[in-house]
Design a protein around this ligand. Structure first.
Ligand SMILES: [Fe+2]
Length: 500
């Protein structure tokens, strides 16, 4: 017997009286979140038998708003409109008027500069222990977004594999984070990728409305997903050029499956994609390109028209003059060894992993993370409004990045040229969120000479200058010192050399 319909507004207490066991239909997929904007989001699910469905959502538990799927069937999707930007909502899914979920949440996209985290990985859909291990790490990284870099469903993008190899392994993530997959070569073997297009809800702003390539905005980032299989698609190149020309976002991040730049492995760099896309990426100031296809990890130097630039900047880039290319194909499928070395590639590891990227205003922090949580590669990109740092004769010295539960903390030091030693140093650091901060100068024995900062600081960029004096105003002697930044118990250090 069917229960009577729930009213539009329900109390939380009433909801909790309803139990899963009372429903005839059960989830076979989802709920999963799609296409988040500043004021809308799509929630999808699938049931084992035909059912009706609706979503209850609220910013204040007890005052639910309902949005119903008008169709009765096994596939359901509901788009919620009129939401507030950068706002967390609780939501529940009701099937045949019976509550089937509890304690789910989503967050709408920020309209401006708000720190957020996304993950990226590819070559993953095998439903084995390695995919689940990477998925567990992704879950613990608590991203807002996920970019899936192709080869989402092995062996051939079969419709029957989407539940066991995508919706089940990522079930606990995609009900609160929004994933944006892109097609790989395996995904298009079956029906030209039609099962991929059927299973996922992706933006349709490509030239032909296909979800094989698309773009979207989140906070101050413009993301572009391309179909690397279709490298002679002139329409796609026309579209991406116009799309990148139109965006006003601070960051441009592009992703697709086949790598334009990779350490030689089972696959080498795709010269067709490079031929067509590199001029577009350079002209339109793409910052980061994420790729898969090789089942390993590698990171390029900043590259401009086939040449590595800014090779002396270390891993803390300020206004790099080229595009950094990452391969992040260690999402689960068996790993590939490297077969050689490309001098354009800065680091390469054949490991299962995910990439986690924190974007905070003009700073971006990229970490490559093993399933056990170890960060095995990291770098940062900081954009300045002008090139004043370089023009004033400063350069970045040692930088240090360390992962924390809430995101990475970066500490870098700028000192005057030409001599690497000077009597003062500017220390800059960026916080992923508001934190209690202690910034001190210590000698090589760990003794504190000077406390520069001891305060609760907001998220974002901060700086402090050490004038070479201790806490009593006395000049410190020539020697090596360490700036030590303690952010809520996480400590990063960077080396200073003082010359008098
Ligand atoms: Fe592939």
């Amino acid at each position: 017997m069917r229960r009577p319909p729930l009213p539009v507004l329900l109390s939380l207490a009433l909801l909790l009286l309803l139990t899963d066991s009372a429903s005839g239909a059960l989830f076979t997929r989802g709920p999963s979140l799609w296409k988040v904007t500043t004021n809308s989001i799509l929630i999808a699910w699938q049931t084992d038998t035909p059912s009706s469905g609706k979503v209850l959502y609220s910013t204040h538990p007890g005052a639910w708003t309902a949005a119903a799927d008008t169709a009765t069937g096994t596939e359901h999707s509901v788009t919620l409109h009129g939401l507030q930007p950068a706002t967390q909502y609780d939501y529940r899914v009701v099937i045949d008027d019976v509550l089937l979920t509890t304690h789910l949440r989503f967050r709408t996209a920020p309209s401006g500069v708000t720190p957020f985290r996304f993950v990226a990985f590819g070559d993953c859909g095998v439903a084995d222990a390695n995919q689940y291990a990477v998925a567990a790490r992704v879950d613990s990284l608590n991203p807002d977004l996920g970019l899936i870099l192709g080869d989402v469903i092995y062996e051939a993008g079969e419709a029957a594999n989407f539940t066991p190899r995508y919706f089940t392994p990522y079930a606990s993530i995609i009900n609160h984070a929004v994933f944006y997959p892109v097609v790989g070569n395996h995904d298009i073997i079956t029906g030209g990728g039609q099962p991929f297009l059927d299973a996922f809800y992706l933006p349709t702003n490509s030239k032909d409305g296909s979800e094989k390539y698309y773009s979207f905005d989140y906070a101050n980032v413009h993301f572009v997903a391309l179909d690397g299989n279709d490298y002679f698609n002139a329409d796609m190149y026309d579209w991406v050029e116009a799309d990148l020309a139109a965006t006003t976002k601070r960051w441009n991040i592009v992703y697709f499956h086949q790598p334009m730049y990779t350490e030689p492995s089972t696959h080498t760099s795709d010269l067709n994609l490079r031929l067509y896309l590199e001029p577009i990426f350079v002209y339109h100031h793409v910052d980061l390109v994420l790729q898969g296809h090789n089942h390993n990890y590698c990171r390029s130097y900043p590259i401009r028209n086939g040449t590595a630039v800014d090779t002396a900047q270390g891993s803390s880039y300020h206004n790099p003059g080229g595009v950094i290319y990452l391969v992040a194909g260690g999402g689960g499928r068996v790993l590939y060894p490297f077969t050689g070395h490309d001098p354009l590639i800065r680091s390469a590891f054949s490991v299962f992993h995910t990439v986690a990227v924190d974007v905070a205003g003009d700073s971006m922090y990229v970490q490559a993370v093993l399933p056990n949580g170890t960060v095995f590669d990291c770098f940062s990109i900081v954009k300045r409004a002008s090139t004043a740092v370089e023009a004033s004769g400063h350069e970045t010295f040692v930088g240090s990045v360390q992962a924390t539960a809430g995101g990475p903390v970066l500490l870098s030091v700028r000192k005057p040229k030409p001599h690497p030693f000077e009597r003062s140093a500017e220390l800059s650091f960026t916080l992923p969120r508001a934190s209690q901060v202690h910034l001190t100068i210590r000698d090589v024995h760990g003794r504190m000479l000077r406390e520069l900062v001891s305060a609760e600081l907001q998220a974002g960029e901060h700086s402090a200058r050490w004038d070479g004096k201790d806490d009593r105003g006395r000049n410190a002697a020539t020697g090596v010192y360490f700036a030590t930044l303690d952010v809520g118990g996480t400590v990063v250090k960077t080396r200073l050399a003082l010359l008098r």
